[in-house]
Design a protein around this ligand. Structure first.
Ligand code: ADP
Ligand code: MG
Length: 243
């Protein structure tokens, strides 16, 4: 489990995360929902130090990061190894082939052998329906294909958690479906995931728990079923698209 406690983050004096505490259970999918600008990306990024909150802790059973104190290189390396981030615009390296995009980090950071990593990459590509595309460059692929590659890149690091920030919101509906299917499969396989999404159907289908935030405050933290079946007035308004 990742346990985030009392996370506070400000930008230019404005509170963006206000004393947020959330547990992200192991082997489950947690979806973070909320209006635009509510702090979803900031919370997600606080889990792997892409954002550094002023205070609060992020703990795993064998690692605790306390943002109010200096963080050692060893702790930040260990934290980074536990999570992989998938971005809205996939962020593949444009000058590297698909194969190199996926294998570079496992080989250089995890010191995995080149041959094992290439074998794993071929398996991953097959699983996401992209076998044979190893030598292509990102610009030769559709957005949906690039996003599937970026999911392979995340998986190749064998993270405990995959963190996904609006993984399908830059895609056309058809391409979105392809990516969502892969995430559903990962979810069924028990991959621990934290997903920020605006796709309510998907959230309802795959998530075990929902965290709803607004203006940096946590307004809901609980089972997906209760979120959709017994919403508060505020959540009902959000779900019906009023705000
Ligand atoms: P969400 O992902 O829910 O849309 P964000 O976490 O991206 O929200 O942003 C929360 C708030 O923090 C917004 O008001 C946003 O403008 C502000 N913010 C985010 N990143 C920065 C930054 N790097 N500098 C200043 N303000 C930021
Ligand atoms: Mg965001």
């Amino acid at each position: 489990m990742i346990s985030a406690k009392h996370i506070n983050k400000q930008y230019e004096g404005k509170t963006v995360l206000d004393d947020i505490s959330v547990d992200f259970p192991d082997g489950k999918t947690t979806v973070i929902l909320g209006p635009s600008g509510s702090g979803k990306s900031t919370l997600l990024r606080s889990l792997d130090m892409l954002v550094r909150p002023e205070s609060g802790t992020v703990s795993f059973p064998d690692l605790e990061i306390d943002y109010s104190k200096p963080i050692s290189k060893k702790d930040s390396f260990n934290l980074r190894r536990k999570t992989s981030m998938v971005f809205q615009n996939w962020n593949l390296f444009p000058n590297l082939t698909v194969l190199d995009n996926i294998t570079t980090a496992p080989i250089t950071v995890l010191k995995r052998s080149k041959s094992d990593t290439e074998l794993l990459t071929k398996q991953l590509l097959k699983e996401v329906g992209l076998e044979g595309l190893e030598d292509r460059y990102p610009s030769q692929l559709s957005g949906g294909q690039q996003q599937r590659i970026s999911i392979c890149r995340a998986l190749a690091m064998h993270p405990e958690y995959i963190l996904l920030d609006e993984p399908t919101s830059a895609l056309d509906p058809e391409l979105e479906t392809q990516v969502l299917r892969i995430l559903e499969k990962l979810c069924e396989q028990g991959q621990s995931m934290v997903i920020v999404t605006h796709n309510m159907e998907f959230a309802r289908l795959v998530s075990d728990k929902i965290v709803f935030i607004e203006d940096g405050k946590k307004l809901y933290d609980g089972a997906t079923k209760d979120f959709f079946c017994h919403p508060t007035q505020r959540i009902e308004d959000f779900l019906s698209g009023i705000s």
